[in-house]
Design a protein. Structure first.
Length: 167
């Protein structure tokens, strides 16, 4: 199962701090923090799905270590095609992944990919810049938190389909 209580608590706290902020710049800091926190949670959740699958099906400790170092350890990002799908292919193979993807809820899957793409564009800008002034516009933490259900539902559907697949 994908953990959600901690990220929801953190996004709620960041939202509270945002609403209490007394300056525009401080509000921007909280907005940026919410975006980066959600993106970090997404990456960790994807890693957990990979690791859980590996732990369920691999018996050789050396292979488990290989998954941690060479598959998870070398992946930095949360795009479905470029990062998550690539990790899945390395772990379970293209044929198995194609069979699993066939069972994804198509609406949840498309919404997940759209949310990930939107977040990636925002995250890439924010992760590689600092707040120089106060003319910048960022989504409020509540908007970032509003993306969470779509992302959670999509990742949960993927996780469930992987767990239910007979290898």
């Amino acid at each position: 199962m994908i953990a959600k209580s901690y990220i929801l608590r953190d996004l709620t706290t960041i939202g509270f701090l945002y609403r209490q902020s007394t300056s525009i710049k401080r509000g921007l800091f909280y907005s940026k923090l919410a975006i980066l926190e959600l993106c970090g949670w997404i990456e960790e959740s994807m890693d957990d799905i990979i690791l859980t699958c590996a732990n369920r099906h691999l018996k050789n400790p050396a292979n488990l270590k290989l998954v941690e170092k060479s598959i998870i350890g070398r992946t930095y990002g949360f795009e479905y095609e470029k990062h998550f799908r690539n990790m899945l292919i390395q772990l379970i193979g293209t044929i198995n992944l194609e069979r699993i993807e066939y069972n994804f809820d198509p609406v949840k899957f498309q919404v997940l990919k759209a949310q990930l793409n939107a977040l990636k564009a925002i995250r890439d800008t924010e992760a590689h810049t600092h707040l120089k002034g106060i003319t910048k516009r960022l989504d409020a933490p509540s908007v970032t938190k509003g993306r969470f259900p779509d992302i959670y539902n999509g990742l949960t559907d993927i996780d469930t389909n992987i767990r239910n697949f007979r290898f």
